[in-house]
Design a protein around this ligand. Structure first.
Ligand SMILES: Nc1ncnc2c1ncn2[C@@H]1O[C@H](COP(=O)(O)OP(=O)(O)O)[C@@H](O)[C@H]1O
Ligand SMILES: [Mg+2]
Length: 180
């Protein structure tokens, strides 16, 4: 494993995650090149989510080295988070807000100017086939539509790196395959 500055979106070397005395991720090494689509496969409990959470800076690494977009996520959290998009395994939309409001609130985390946020939100709604649902309260959406919104929301900051944890959960076969 060699680190190539500027060429790798993720560089993980001897990455380990422990919860107390339990080792959830044991000494793994991998690199993801920029532009590459990289998947982690494994049964429930294999440690996929634990790896994703370290990459997005939600969980500190126990041992090893982890560079995300050439930065240490823990010393450069704000900078790295602005450049990545995240779809978590668990749904974390605001159920009381509408579809459009969820996108605008998320845009606000990235301090996007209001007009830019609106423009991108509309673009995302179109892309995810959710324009008709813009005014619908999230709580009333089906699981699949919520997932589509969560996927679209992750694009609001035009991320260089997208981390998707079980992205197709709840999507129907058509939505899984659609690639517009
Ligand atoms: N916060 C935590 N505290 C203790 N154990 C955890 C925690 N999060 C995950 N684990 C354990 O780590 C292992 C890997 O879990 P996880 O990364 O969620 O796997 P996967 O996403 O591949 O299903 C599991 O045995 C899980 O119970
Ligand atoms: Mg998981």
């Amino acid at each position: 494993m060699t680190y190539h500055a500027g060429a790798q979106a993720i560089f993980a070397q001897n990455l380990t995650k422990r919860f107390g005395s339990f080792t959830a991720v044991n000494n793994i090494s991998f690199a993801v090149s920029k532009g590459e689509c990289f998947g982690l496969l494994g049964p429930n409990g294999a440690g996929k989510t634990s790896i994703a959470r370290m990459i997005i800076g939600f969980s500190p690494i126990s041992e090893g080295k982890l560079l995300v977009l050439d930065q240490d996520i823990h010393t450069h959290a704000r900078e790295v988070k602005a450049r990545i998009g995240v779809v978590a395994q668990e749904d974390n939309l605001d159920p009381e807000l509408t579809v459009l409001e969820n996108l605008l609130v998320y845009a606000n985390y990235f301090r996007l100017p209001r007009n830019v946020a609106r423009e991108r939100a509309e673009e995302i709604l179109k892309f995810m086939d959710l324009t008709d649902k813009a005014g619908a309260v999230v709580d009333e959406l089906s699981g699949g539509l919520k997932r589509r919104l969560t996927l679209g929301r992750a694009l609001i900051n035009r991320p260089e790196l997208l981390i998707l944890d079980e992205p197709t959960t709840g999507l129907d076969p058509y939505a899984r395959q659609t690639n517009r």
